[in-house]
Design a protein around this ligand. Structure first.
Ligand SMILES: Nc1ncnc2c1ncn2[C@@H]1O[C@H](COP(=O)(O)OP(=O)(O)OP(=O)(O)O)[C@@H](O)[C@H]1O
Length: 305
Protein backbone atom coordinates (compact mmCIF):
# COMPACT_ATOMS: atom_id res chain seq x y z
CA UNK A 1 0.00 0.00 0.00
CA UNK A 2 1.29 3.49 -0.92
CA UNK A 3 1.70 6.32 1.60
CA UNK A 4 -1.49 7.80 0.25
CA UNK A 5 -4.31 6.03 -1.57
CA UNK A 6 -7.39 7.75 -2.94
CA UNK A 7 -10.26 5.64 -4.29
CA UNK A 8 -13.22 7.17 -6.10
CA UNK A 9 -13.29 10.03 -3.60
CA UNK A 10 -16.12 12.56 -3.90
CA UNK A 11 -16.98 15.59 -1.75
CA UNK A 12 -20.35 17.09 -2.58
CA UNK A 13 -20.91 20.53 -1.06
CA UNK A 14 -24.50 20.58 -2.29
CA UNK A 15 -24.16 23.36 -4.82
CA UNK A 16 -20.88 22.04 -6.23
CA UNK A 17 -18.70 18.94 -6.19
CA UNK A 18 -15.47 19.95 -4.40
CA UNK A 19 -13.78 16.77 -5.65
CA UNK A 20 -15.37 14.32 -8.03
CA UNK A 21 -14.51 10.59 -8.18
CA UNK A 22 -10.77 11.02 -7.60
CA UNK A 23 -8.53 7.96 -7.68
CA UNK A 24 -4.74 7.90 -7.47
CA UNK A 25 -1.96 6.82 -5.15
CA UNK A 26 1.32 8.27 -3.93
CA UNK A 27 4.17 5.86 -3.30
CA UNK A 28 6.39 5.82 -0.24
CA UNK A 29 9.19 8.36 -0.66
CA UNK A 30 7.57 10.06 -3.64
CA UNK A 31 7.36 13.84 -4.06
CA UNK A 32 3.95 14.38 -5.58
CA UNK A 33 2.65 17.80 -6.61
CA UNK A 34 -0.83 18.58 -7.69
CA UNK A 35 -1.70 21.58 -9.72
CA UNK A 36 -4.94 23.30 -10.42
CA UNK A 37 -6.47 26.70 -10.92
CA UNK A 38 -8.57 28.43 -8.23
CA UNK A 39 -11.52 26.34 -7.16
CA UNK A 40 -10.15 23.12 -8.69
CA UNK A 41 -10.57 21.21 -5.42
CA UNK A 42 -7.01 21.21 -4.04
CA UNK A 43 -7.90 22.35 -0.53
CA UNK A 44 -10.96 20.11 -0.43
CA UNK A 45 -8.79 17.10 -1.24
CA UNK A 46 -6.19 17.99 1.39
CA UNK A 47 -8.77 18.66 4.10
CA UNK A 48 -10.46 15.35 3.31
CA UNK A 49 -7.16 13.49 3.57
CA UNK A 50 -6.62 14.95 7.04
CA UNK A 51 -10.12 14.08 8.24
CA UNK A 52 -11.03 17.78 8.60
CA UNK A 53 -14.01 17.22 6.31
CA UNK A 54 -15.62 13.89 5.52
CA UNK A 55 -15.99 12.49 2.03
CA UNK A 56 -19.49 12.13 0.59
CA UNK A 57 -18.45 8.84 -1.02
CA UNK A 58 -15.32 6.87 -1.78
CA UNK A 59 -12.32 6.28 0.46
CA UNK A 60 -8.78 7.44 1.10
CA UNK A 61 -6.00 6.15 3.30
CA UNK A 62 -3.01 8.05 4.66
CA UNK A 63 -0.13 5.89 5.93
CA UNK A 64 -2.60 3.00 5.87
CA UNK A 65 -5.26 4.76 7.99
CA UNK A 66 -8.73 5.18 6.52
CA UNK A 67 -9.62 8.87 6.71
CA UNK A 68 -13.13 7.92 7.89
CA UNK A 69 -11.72 6.06 10.90
CA UNK A 70 -11.03 8.75 13.50
CA UNK A 71 -8.92 6.65 15.87
CA UNK A 72 -6.73 5.22 13.10
CA UNK A 73 -6.31 8.70 11.63
CA UNK A 74 -5.30 10.26 14.97
CA UNK A 75 -2.62 7.60 15.33
CA UNK A 76 -1.37 8.06 11.76
CA UNK A 77 -1.20 11.84 12.23
CA UNK A 78 1.64 11.37 14.72
CA UNK A 79 3.69 10.54 11.60
CA UNK A 80 2.15 13.16 9.33
CA UNK A 81 3.09 16.83 8.94
CA UNK A 82 0.55 19.36 7.68
CA UNK A 83 0.99 22.87 6.34
CA UNK A 84 -2.38 24.49 5.62
CA UNK A 85 -2.88 27.24 3.05
CA UNK A 86 -4.27 29.59 5.69
CA UNK A 87 -2.20 29.53 8.85
CA UNK A 88 -4.50 30.02 11.79
CA UNK A 89 -1.89 30.65 14.50
CA UNK A 90 -2.88 32.34 17.76
CA UNK A 91 -1.47 35.82 17.06
CA UNK A 92 -0.84 36.63 20.72
CA UNK A 93 1.70 33.89 21.47
CA UNK A 94 5.31 33.62 20.32
CA UNK A 95 6.47 31.25 17.59
CA UNK A 96 8.48 29.46 20.27
CA UNK A 97 5.31 28.75 22.22
CA UNK A 98 3.61 27.32 19.12
CA UNK A 99 6.57 25.04 18.47
CA UNK A 100 6.80 24.00 22.15
CA UNK A 101 3.16 23.01 22.12
CA UNK A 102 3.58 21.07 18.89
CA UNK A 103 6.67 19.36 20.37
CA UNK A 104 4.65 18.23 23.40
CA UNK A 105 2.08 16.59 21.11
CA UNK A 106 4.20 15.13 18.31
CA UNK A 107 7.89 15.66 19.12
CA UNK A 108 10.58 17.98 17.79
CA UNK A 109 13.55 15.91 16.76
CA UNK A 110 14.33 18.24 13.83
CA UNK A 111 13.42 21.64 15.28
CA UNK A 112 16.87 23.20 15.51
CA UNK A 113 18.00 21.87 12.13
CA UNK A 114 14.87 23.38 10.52
CA UNK A 115 15.32 26.71 12.27
CA UNK A 116 18.78 26.96 10.66
CA UNK A 117 17.10 26.97 7.23
CA UNK A 118 13.76 28.64 7.91
CA UNK A 119 14.15 31.60 10.20
CA UNK A 120 10.95 32.97 11.73
CA UNK A 121 11.68 35.28 14.70
CA UNK A 122 10.49 32.66 17.19
CA UNK A 123 10.94 34.88 20.27
CA UNK A 124 8.41 37.43 18.97
CA UNK A 125 4.60 37.26 19.13
CA UNK A 126 3.05 36.04 15.88
CA UNK A 127 1.05 39.25 15.39
CA UNK A 128 4.40 40.89 14.52
CA UNK A 129 5.22 38.31 11.83
CA UNK A 130 5.26 39.02 8.11
CA UNK A 131 3.39 36.61 5.83
CA UNK A 132 6.68 34.91 4.96
CA UNK A 133 7.62 34.54 8.64
CA UNK A 134 4.31 32.80 9.35
CA UNK A 135 4.83 30.50 6.38
CA UNK A 136 8.32 29.59 7.66
CA UNK A 137 6.96 28.87 11.14
CA UNK A 138 4.35 26.64 9.49
CA UNK A 139 7.05 24.77 7.55
CA UNK A 140 9.09 24.18 10.73
CA UNK A 141 5.99 22.93 12.50
CA UNK A 142 5.09 20.60 9.61
CA UNK A 143 8.51 18.91 9.56
CA UNK A 144 9.88 19.17 13.12
CA UNK A 145 8.57 15.81 14.41
CA UNK A 146 10.31 14.04 11.51
CA UNK A 147 7.10 12.81 9.84
CA UNK A 148 6.95 10.05 7.22
CA UNK A 149 4.37 11.95 5.16
CA UNK A 150 3.99 15.72 4.80
CA UNK A 151 0.88 17.25 3.22
CA UNK A 152 1.12 20.92 2.22
CA UNK A 153 -1.36 23.34 0.67
CA UNK A 154 0.42 26.03 -1.38
CA UNK A 155 3.59 25.78 0.75
CA UNK A 156 5.54 28.66 -0.79
CA UNK A 157 2.85 31.31 -0.99
CA UNK A 158 4.21 34.43 0.71
CA UNK A 159 7.87 33.34 0.57
CA UNK A 160 10.31 35.57 -1.28
CA UNK A 161 12.19 34.03 -4.27
CA UNK A 162 15.30 33.28 -2.19
CA UNK A 163 13.34 31.45 0.50
CA UNK A 164 11.33 29.67 -2.19
CA UNK A 165 14.57 28.34 -3.64
CA UNK A 166 15.75 27.29 -0.17
CA UNK A 167 12.44 25.52 0.29
CA UNK A 168 12.90 23.69 -3.04
CA UNK A 169 16.41 22.68 -2.00
CA UNK A 170 15.08 21.48 1.34
CA UNK A 171 12.40 19.37 -0.39
CA UNK A 172 15.04 17.80 -2.65
CA UNK A 173 16.92 16.87 0.55
CA UNK A 174 13.76 15.29 1.93
CA UNK A 175 13.67 13.01 -1.09
CA UNK A 176 17.07 11.68 0.02
CA UNK A 177 15.66 11.05 3.51
CA UNK A 178 12.72 9.13 2.03
CA UNK A 179 9.99 11.48 3.30
CA UNK A 180 6.79 11.25 1.24
CA UNK A 181 5.58 14.70 0.24
CA UNK A 182 2.22 15.67 -1.20
CA UNK A 183 1.57 19.30 -1.97
CA UNK A 184 -0.67 21.59 -3.97
CA UNK A 185 0.44 24.50 -6.09
CA UNK A 186 -0.62 26.98 -8.74
CA UNK A 187 2.96 27.28 -9.90
CA UNK A 188 4.29 24.88 -12.52
CA UNK A 189 7.88 26.04 -12.16
CA UNK A 190 7.87 25.19 -8.45
CA UNK A 191 6.36 21.77 -9.02
CA UNK A 192 8.73 20.90 -11.85
CA UNK A 193 11.80 21.67 -9.77
CA UNK A 194 11.03 19.22 -6.99
CA UNK A 195 8.35 16.70 -7.97
CA UNK A 196 8.57 13.19 -9.30
CA UNK A 197 4.96 13.17 -10.49
CA UNK A 198 2.22 15.68 -10.95
CA UNK A 199 -1.55 15.36 -10.81
CA UNK A 200 -3.66 18.01 -12.50
CA UNK A 201 -6.98 18.85 -10.98
CA UNK A 202 -9.69 20.74 -12.80
CA UNK A 203 -13.21 21.30 -11.53
CA UNK A 204 -12.78 18.56 -8.95
CA UNK A 205 -11.57 15.94 -11.39
CA UNK A 206 -8.12 14.55 -12.03
CA UNK A 207 -7.45 15.37 -15.67
CA UNK A 208 -3.81 14.40 -15.78
CA UNK A 209 -1.34 12.25 -13.89
CA UNK A 210 2.14 12.42 -15.36
CA UNK A 211 5.76 12.34 -14.50
CA UNK A 212 7.06 15.87 -14.74
CA UNK A 213 9.11 15.51 -17.93
CA UNK A 214 6.16 14.07 -19.83
CA UNK A 215 3.98 16.93 -18.67
CA UNK A 216 6.42 19.56 -19.88
CA UNK A 217 7.04 17.80 -23.20
CA UNK A 218 3.33 17.64 -23.90
CA UNK A 219 2.90 21.34 -23.25
CA UNK A 220 5.58 22.27 -25.80
CA UNK A 221 8.25 24.91 -25.29
CA UNK A 222 7.94 28.59 -26.19
CA UNK A 223 10.75 29.59 -28.54
CA UNK A 224 11.63 33.25 -29.23
CA UNK A 225 14.25 33.98 -31.88
CA UNK A 226 15.81 37.17 -33.22
CA UNK A 227 17.92 36.86 -36.33
CA UNK A 228 19.78 39.29 -38.52
CA UNK A 229 17.62 38.26 -41.51
CA UNK A 230 14.37 38.73 -39.55
CA UNK A 231 11.19 37.84 -41.37
CA UNK A 232 12.86 35.73 -44.05
CA UNK A 233 13.28 32.90 -41.53
CA UNK A 234 10.59 30.26 -41.85
CA UNK A 235 10.32 27.76 -39.02
CA UNK A 236 6.93 26.46 -40.13
CA UNK A 237 8.59 23.53 -41.95
CA UNK A 238 10.34 22.45 -38.75
CA UNK A 239 8.71 19.27 -37.43
CA UNK A 240 7.13 20.01 -34.05
CA UNK A 241 6.88 23.79 -34.56
CA UNK A 242 3.39 25.31 -34.15
CA UNK A 243 1.76 28.71 -34.16
CA UNK A 244 4.73 30.46 -35.79
CA UNK A 245 4.24 34.24 -35.57
CA UNK A 246 6.40 37.30 -36.08
CA UNK A 247 6.19 40.00 -33.44
CA UNK A 248 8.30 43.01 -34.40
CA UNK A 249 11.73 41.57 -35.11
CA UNK A 250 11.09 38.44 -33.10
CA UNK A 251 9.83 35.09 -34.37
CA UNK A 252 7.86 33.11 -31.80
CA UNK A 253 6.55 29.57 -31.91
CA UNK A 254 5.60 26.57 -29.81
CA UNK A 255 8.04 23.73 -30.21
CA UNK A 256 7.36 20.13 -29.29
CA UNK A 257 10.20 18.46 -31.17
CA UNK A 258 13.67 17.33 -30.17
CA UNK A 259 16.39 19.91 -29.63
CA UNK A 260 18.80 18.85 -32.39
CA UNK A 261 16.55 19.64 -35.41
CA UNK A 262 15.75 23.01 -33.80
CA UNK A 263 19.41 23.89 -33.35
CA UNK A 264 20.17 22.74 -36.89
CA UNK A 265 17.41 25.01 -38.23
CA UNK A 266 18.72 27.90 -36.13
CA UNK A 267 22.30 27.32 -37.28
CA UNK A 268 21.25 28.20 -40.86
CA UNK A 269 20.70 31.78 -39.72
CA UNK A 270 22.58 34.58 -38.11
CA UNK A 271 20.96 34.26 -34.68
CA UNK A 272 21.19 37.33 -32.44
CA UNK A 273 19.10 36.05 -29.58
CA UNK A 274 17.23 32.87 -28.68
CA UNK A 275 15.11 32.07 -25.67
CA UNK A 276 13.42 28.73 -24.94
CA UNK A 277 10.85 28.88 -22.16
CA UNK A 278 8.74 26.29 -20.42
CA UNK A 279 5.04 26.43 -21.19
CA UNK A 280 2.91 28.36 -18.74
CA UNK A 281 0.51 26.22 -16.74
CA UNK A 282 -2.50 27.80 -18.44
CA UNK A 283 -1.21 26.64 -21.82
CA UNK A 284 -0.86 23.10 -20.58
CA UNK A 285 -4.50 23.21 -19.50
CA UNK A 286 -5.66 24.84 -22.71
CA UNK A 287 -3.59 22.89 -25.20
CA UNK A 288 -3.30 19.50 -23.64
CA UNK A 289 -6.49 19.02 -21.68
CA UNK A 290 -8.98 21.18 -23.51
CA UNK A 291 -10.93 24.00 -21.91
CA UNK A 292 -13.81 21.99 -20.50
CA UNK A 293 -11.71 19.63 -18.37
CA UNK A 294 -12.20 16.75 -20.77
CA UNK A 295 -9.06 15.12 -22.02
CA UNK A 296 -8.45 16.67 -25.41
CA UNK A 297 -5.99 15.40 -27.98
CA UNK A 298 -2.58 16.90 -27.50
CA UNK A 299 -2.04 19.48 -30.26
CA UNK A 300 1.40 18.06 -30.88
CA UNK A 301 0.09 14.59 -31.68
CA UNK A 302 1.84 13.00 -34.63
CA UNK A 303 5.06 14.94 -34.14
CA UNK A 304 8.37 13.66 -32.93
CA UNK A 305 7.67 14.37 -29.23
N1 LIG B 1 -17.30 24.87 2.52
C1 LIG B 1 -17.67 24.93 1.23
N2 LIG B 1 -18.99 25.01 0.91
C2 LIG B 1 -19.39 25.03 -0.39
N3 LIG B 1 -18.53 25.00 -1.45
C3 LIG B 1 -17.23 24.93 -1.17
C4 LIG B 1 -16.72 24.89 0.17
N4 LIG B 1 -15.36 24.83 0.12
C5 LIG B 1 -15.03 24.83 -1.19
N5 LIG B 1 -16.13 24.88 -1.97
C6 LIG B 1 -16.19 24.85 -3.45
O1 LIG B 1 -15.55 23.66 -3.88
C7 LIG B 1 -14.74 23.91 -5.04
C8 LIG B 1 -13.30 23.53 -4.74
O2 LIG B 1 -12.77 24.47 -3.78
P1 LIG B 1 -11.31 24.34 -3.16
O3 LIG B 1 -11.16 25.38 -2.11
O4 LIG B 1 -11.08 22.91 -2.75
O5 LIG B 1 -10.41 24.68 -4.43
P2 LIG B 1 -8.84 25.03 -4.51
O6 LIG B 1 -8.32 24.26 -5.69
O7 LIG B 1 -8.19 24.78 -3.20
O8 LIG B 1 -8.88 26.56 -4.86
P3 LIG B 1 -7.84 27.74 -4.49
O9 LIG B 1 -6.62 27.51 -5.34
O10 LIG B 1 -8.60 28.94 -4.90
O11 LIG B 1 -7.57 27.65 -3.02
C9 LIG B 1 -14.95 25.38 -5.38
O12 LIG B 1 -15.96 25.46 -6.34
C10 LIG B 1 -15.39 26.00 -4.07
O13 LIG B 1 -16.21 27.13 -4.29
Amino acid sequence: MGALEVNDLTKDYGSVLGVDSLSFSVEDGEIFGFLGPNGAGKTTLIRTLLGLISPTSGTATVLGADVRNEDALIEAKQRIGYLPAHLGFNEEVTGQRVLNYHASVKGDRRRSELLDVFTPPVERPIREYSTGNKRMLGIVQAFMHDPDLVIMDEPTSGLDPLKQEEFNEFIRGERERGTTIFFSSHVLSEVRRVCDRVGILREGRLVGLEDIDTLLDQGGKRVHVRTADGERVDFSGLDGAFDVTTVGEEIQFIYAGNYNPLFQALARHDVHEVEIREPPLEDIFMHFYGTDGSEANPPMEGTNV
